[in-house]
Design a protein around this ligand. Structure first.
Ligand SMILES: [Zn+2]
Length: 506
């Protein structure tokens, strides 16, 4: 007797179909799972046996073979428990229900038959939706992520019996019981709390509006980290496609919950002691790293020079391609990693080079060695360099300074976002000015003559690379967009060129 149950699994952040075939044949009692199962899948035998027994069923005293097809992809985790249990009940005739090939089942079984949430349900649901399945049976604990997908019937079940009742047509789908979502709140921080730093805040606004990679350079205690944290308050919301991608990443890493507002751009700040695997992903389970968790949002690297050079070098490929390929024994998977880099560093080992408050005690060789930790190719990808100067103590006393609130800054950022959306929607896979490829610059970045002359002159004098020139044009585009200007004028280019000066020239 054979039963075939539809299920799904995940590679990277994409779901794919797995067919769970159960054969019960005469012979000595055995229970075998084939089709490249990992240890957690093999342990499914124990969980399924206990769950069946504890719900009044029996394990057929014959030869049970479970095949997970396709056989050439390694199967991981515990999400096949439910389809295996349901398949055994059907194949042994202990439960009567029609086998449906347009319902997909996924879920881990507790020993008493309750369904426990599993990772990666959202990509599986998205797969089911794409393939035209009618419904997906999931553990009710995965309800939040199921609600992100939409457009397909979701059957949240508390336990195995509920799932069988649904398949047998004895129960109808009950609505998802969702806990109230947590309102995105960023710890009460706001740019209006910042004294001084108006030019740095302006540069951060440009960075937020166009998604440009940015670096802040300044002495210790000048406010780089404080500014970086507030950068999160002026990031535009994710659009529909981005929201789904971010939610899928949270789903496969088991982080999607009502406490994590997945509609907000992620802001990740890994410590400088982070390993290669921690930063870009990898390890035994080829888990996604910080750069994938930052996809669609910001990767903040504070104390950039403290990161090991080889760790920083691993960022080059994802910065270029917007994704990272992780290889391991049996599979290669690609994770999305289109993040905006925000870095902060001191200008020299002692930190006070160029500071009016204290003099720098570093030798030119020490400074050179210090700056050489950041490789040229990495530096070349940073479009906005922001000098952050310490604020004089007296400025904190006076209250008459004009300050911009995060709301006000975000409002202007949104104008630039709308300009970009109108320009790029339906034209290639770029969404923001920072993603514009070289070949698209001419069509999307029309410049007035004097603006182009200024750019040519700056390139000759400051000897910019071709990539820098492209970055300057992208940033000029964003500055023009903030003013809702179609043409880039010389003032836009001048501001963009000013952001381009790298730290050794400060
Ligand atoms: Zn120094």
């Amino acid at each position: 007797m054979i039963a075939e149950i539809r299920s799904g699994a995940v590679v990277g952040i994409d779901g794919y179909g797995v067919s769970v075939e159960i054969d019960i044949a005469r012979g000595l009692p055995t229970f075998t799972i084939v089709g490249m199962p990992d240890a957690a899948v093999r342990e499914s035998r124990e969980r399924v046996s206990a769950a069946l027994r504890n719900n009044g069923f029996r394990i057929p005293g014959s030869r049970i073979t479970v095949n997970l097809a396709p056989a050439d992809i390694r199967k991981e985790g515990s999400s096949f428990d439910l389809p295996i249990a349901v398949g055994i009940l059907h194949a042994s005739g202990q439960a009567k229900f029609p086998l449906s090939d347009n319902v997909l089942l996924t879920g881990e079984l507790a020993l008493d038959g309750r369904l426990k949430p599993v990772r990666g349900v959202l990509p599986v649901i998205c797969y089911a939706k794409e393939m035209g399945y009618r419904a997906v049976v999931i553990p009710e604990g995965n309800g939040v992520e199921a609600s992100v997908a939409g457009g397909i019937d979701i059957i949240p079940c508390a336990d195995m019996l509920e799932a069988i009742d649904y398949l047998a047509g004895r129960a109808i789908a009950r609505p998802l019981d969702l806990p109230p979502a947590v309102k995105p709140e960023i710890d009460g921080i706001d740019f209006s709390q910042v004294t001084g730093h108006q030019s740095a805040i302006r540069a951060l606004q440009v960075a937020a509006a166009g998604g440009h990679h940015t670096m802040m350079v300044g002495p210790p205690g000048s406010g780089k980290t404080m500014l970086a944290r507030r950068f999160a308050t002026v990031l535009p919301p994710l659009d529909g496609d981005e929201t789904l991608e971010v939610a899928k990443i949270l789903s496969v890493t088991g982080r999607l919950s009502p406490k994590v507002p997945y509609s907000r751009r992620p802001f990740r700040a890994p410590h400088h002691s982070a390993s290669d695997a921690g930063l870009v992903g990898g390890g035994r389970h080829a888990s996604p790293g910080e750069i994938t968790l930052a996809h669609g949002g910001v990767l903040f690297l504070d104390e950039l020079t403290e990161f090991r050079r080889n760790v920083l070098e691993t960022l080059r490929q994802p910065l270029e391609e917007g994704s990272i390929v992780i290889a391991r024994a049996n599979a290669v998977c690609r994770y999305p990693a289109r993040f905006q880099l925000l870095a902060a560093m001191n200008p020299c080992p002692c930190g006070f080079r160029g500071s009016p408050l204290r003099s720098c005690s570093c030798t030119p060789t020490a400074i050179k060695r210090y700056l050489s930790k950041i490789s040229g190719p990495l530096l070349d990808r940073i479009s906005i360099h922001i000098p952050v100067k310490a604020v004089e103590p007296e400025r904190f006393e006076s209250n008459d300074e004009a300050r911009s609130s995060s709301d006000l800054i975000l409002g202007e950022v949104m104008r630039a976002v709308v300009m970009q959306k109108n320009r790029y929607d339906g034209h290639g896979d770029y969404r923001r000015n920072a993603d514009l490829p070289l070949y698209a610059l001419d069509s999307y970045c029309p410049m007035q003559d004097d603006a182009r002359h200024l750019l040519d002159r700056a390139q000759r004098t400051l000897r910019f690379s071709a990539r820098s020139r492209r970055n300057i044009i992208q940033v000029s585009r964003t500055i023009a967009d903030l003013e809702e200007a179609e043409m880039i004028c010389s003032a836009h280019v001048a501001e963009a060129v000013q952001y381009r000066v790298p730290p050794d020239l400060l």
